[in-house]
Ligand binder design. Structure first.
Ligand code: UT7
Length: 316
């Protein structure tokens, strides 16, 4: 099967910066607790006039610019999210209009919570393998500030808004990203109610249970991807982890002896942005020149569902 590689990236975050001290004015918490338990110092929330669609369009435009690929060459557009502005039309349909993408291509949203960007990359790889157009636009974006429960100090301090995008190219001679994806249906541990109930659509999470799940899921995904690709830790140029809690990342890098220059945390600045977290990291790393032509990046995500995923994502 054809494989995909990244040819351009972009990211955007809303302008309102919410500090830990700001949150301490709303719920009983403090900067010391939040920083030491999560690694989060600030997060971005939508300011007046900013919307999910506006920041998603910004991120996607930057990715197209960075790739040099014209909008009419895009063969599919997938937005991984659980917080689009509207359920219908999908965020991807709105992007099709805003960016002038071709009309005869699939554009749709995908929800796999925080693992969404990896699910979307894998789906894009499959779609482009049978498409005449060989470029795809993959986005992870969230407006989580809209679904925060401000009466729950255990979750309201965690989440932020943002968007990250990648333009990928598909070629027959390239290896697959070797995605490993999975889920085990759990209805309670991490939940955002939908249309089936009169409950408000606010996030609830049993954090400690998710933490335990994550510290097993991340090594599982890494081992599976390394086995599938036949690579070792040393063959990988960079490791990108979903930014849910700095302590989860610290445990994993210690377990695998991953040197500091091969991984990155931006959770201090953005908090947990769910599906946007991985493409925000990739976008920042690309902009800083830490990843680029030829880089082999092992990407791992986990989250509500409970879902998990890993892949070896290369830059063209
Ligand atoms: O992206 C989706 C995946 N999500 C995750 O991966 C999240 C994984 N989980 C976590 O990151 C952590 O479990 C949290 C950061 C959410 C919570 O940290 P924790 O170390 O598991 O704390 P806890 O929930 O066990 O709470 C410990 C204490 C409790 O007080 P008592 O019962 O010991 O007196 C909480 O009430 O900390 C209290 N607490 C707080 N205190 C100050 C909970 N939230 C806060 C707060 N400020 N914001």
């Amino acid at each position: 099967m054809n494989g995909i590689k990244i040819v351009g990236t972009g990211y955007a975050a809303p302008s309102k910066i919410v500090t830990n001290d700001d949150l301490a004015k709303i719920v009983e918490t403090n900067d010391e607790w939040i920083t030491s338990r999560t690694g989060i110092s600030r997060r971005r929330h939508m300011a007046e006039g900013e919307t999910f669609t506006s920041i998603t369009v910004q991120a996607a435009r930057k990715a197209l610019e960075s790739s040099g690929i014209p909008a009419d060459s895009i063969g599919a557009c997938i937005v991984a999210t659980l917080t689009p502005d509207t359920l219908v039309p999908s965020a991807a349909c709105l992007l099709q209009r805003e960016l002038g993408l071709p009309m005869d291509i699939p554009c749709f949203d995908l929800n796999a919570a925080c693992t969404g960007f990896l699910y979307a990359l894998h789906t894009m790889e499959c779609l482009l393998a049978v498409s005449e157009r060989k470029y795809g636009l993959v986005i992870g974006a969230e407006n989580l500030s809209r679904i925060i429960n401000w009466e729950d100090r255990g979750t309201c301090i965690l989440f932020g808004d943002g968007a990250g995008a990648a333009v990928v190219e598909s070629r027959a001679e390239w290896n697959s990203i070797s995605a490993v994806l999975g889920c085990h249906g759990d209805g309670q541990i991490l939940r955002v109610p939908g249309v089936e109930t009169a409950e408000r659509s606010l996030i609830s999470m049993e954090g400690t249970k998710v933490f335990k799940f994550a510290v097993e899921a991340v090594p599982y995904c890494m081992d599976q991807v390394l086995e599938k690709t036949g690579l070792t830790i040393d063959d990988v140029d960079f490791f990108v982890f979903h930014q849910a809690n700095a302590r989860i990342i610290d445990l994993v890098v210690r377990k695998y002896h991953i040197p500091q220059e091969k991984y990155y945390k931006n959770i201090a600045e953005y908090g947990n942005t769910s599906a946007a977290s991985i493409p925000l990291v990739i976008g920042e790393l690309h902009e800083m020149g830490k990843v680029g032509h030829g880089s082999r990046v092992l990407v791992v995500g986990f989250g509500g569902g409970l879902t998990w995923g890993g892949a070896l994502v290369e830059f063209a």
